[in-house]
Design a binder for this molecule. Structure first.
Ligand code: SAH
Length: 350
């Protein structure tokens, strides 16, 4: 079920680039380990109007939530969400940011005259001393590709359990992961089967690797063959970090005769405490965002007839060696009149 989302209609204006804000003493190695220190990734996020405008609407159109409240911005980046909150009348905003961008956020806060209201704290949420014992609201834009890649959700839950008052608010308070199936012969040929014959040579060992890596890309809604299935709903106010690892069943029913080459995952987020239900979807039927969709190619091409269904389970777990990575196990089967397949495939987001 999709809540009715408010439109992210107006365009936000982002400051022109100024190479002087890029620390002159940094090398590419610094950015390799901490991409959030470079302004480029923040530019991409700020220019994602669906994302940023939704947060702005949540804050500006619901000032009653923020008036005289103490807010914690988890992973503040440029400080944009803190600035929105300050403008909406928050009593004080603590903006925690661990990358070098924290220095820029401090300057930005000052340049815009909010130094009295916003305190930027440079460091990891997990290591920082907050000057106050409790906050009324936690706001964060923590979502990664496939919702859970990068695993910043744990950081938000940590902050919630440590500092949020009883009955405090977490924004957004709901996130859900969805699955659908697509026809994708052209791209599967180009990205996967390519490796079977490279200038006459067999490079199938790389094909195996390319099959295991979910592809982050936009999917044309005309490629969708089945319904969408809700895999997992997360209540960010109540869940535990363990809830982000799960096994969920699915049943995808074909809406027409077609071939299925891949399953596609995407997420929705919503802010249910708003006066009017607000949120956005990163699905293929919605306006594109920088999260695009996540495509999981299937080993078999499924020949499916209208009304037949692919059933299975998806297991999502944090990688044990690197908790930022996500391991996905997909079990699926189709018992159709033209195709009988049953298989298990492993994927790794990294
Ligand atoms: N709130 C900003 C940035 C969102 S991106 C905006 O909406 O534009 C997430 C930010 O969280 C990144 O800048 C990243 O460096 C920061 N971050 C991730 N994990 C963190 C942690 N554990 N402690 C502090 N900051 C963190």
């Amino acid at each position: 079920m999709n809540p009715e989302f408010e439109d992210a209609d107006e365009t936000i204006v982002v400051a022109a680039d100024d190479s002087s804000i890029l620390g002159g003493d940094k090398t590419s190695a610094d950015y390799y380990f901490d991409s959030y220190s470079h302004f480029g990734i923040h530019e991409e996020m700020l220019k994602d109007v669906v994302r940023t405008k939704t947060y702005q609407n949540v804050i500006y159109k619901n000032k009653f939530l923020f008036k005289d409240k103490i807010v914690l911005d988890v992973g503040a980046g440029t400080g944009i969400l803190s600035l929105f909150c300050a403008k909406a009348g928050a009593k004080h905003v603590y903006a925690i940011e661990c990358s070098q961008m924290a220095d820029m956020a401090k300057e930005i806060v000052k340049a815009n005259g909010f130094s009295d209201v916003i305190t930027v704290l440079k460091g990891k949420v997990e290591e920082i001393d907050l000057p106050v014992p409790q906050v009324d609201i936690i706001i964060s834009e923590w979502m990664g590709y496939f919702l859970l890649y990068e695993n910043m959700l744990n950081t938000v839950l940590y902050a919630r359990d440590k500092w949020l008052v009883n009955n405090g608010i977490v924004l957004p308070d709901n996130a859900s992961l969805h699955l659908t199936a697509i026809e994708d012969s052209v791209y599967k040929e180009d990205k996967i089967e390519f490796w079977k014959n490279v200038y006459g040579f067999d490079m199938s060992c790389i094909r195996k690797q390319s099959m295991m890596e979910p592809l982050v890309d936009t999917v044309d809604q005309n490629q969708i063959v089945t319904n969408s299935q809700l895999l997992k709903n997360m209540n960010i106010s109540k869940m535990t970090s363990g809830d982000a690892s799960f096994t969920a069943p699915f049943k995808l029913v074909a809406e027409r005769d077609d071939y299925i080459h891949a399953l596609v995952a995407y997420f929705d987020v919503s802010f249910s405490v708003c006066h009017k239900m607000t949120g956005f979807s990163t699905g293929p039927r919605s306006k594109n965002t920088h999260w695009k969709q996540t495509v999981l190619y299937l080993e078999d091409v499924l020949t499916i007839c209208q009304g037949e269904f692919v059933v299975g389970t998806m297991t999502v777990t944090q990688n044990k060696k690197n908790p930022r990575d996500v391991d996905i196990t997909l079990k699926y089967s189709l018992n159709g009149c033209r195709c009988n397949v049953s298989r298990t495939q492993e994927y790794k987001m990294r």
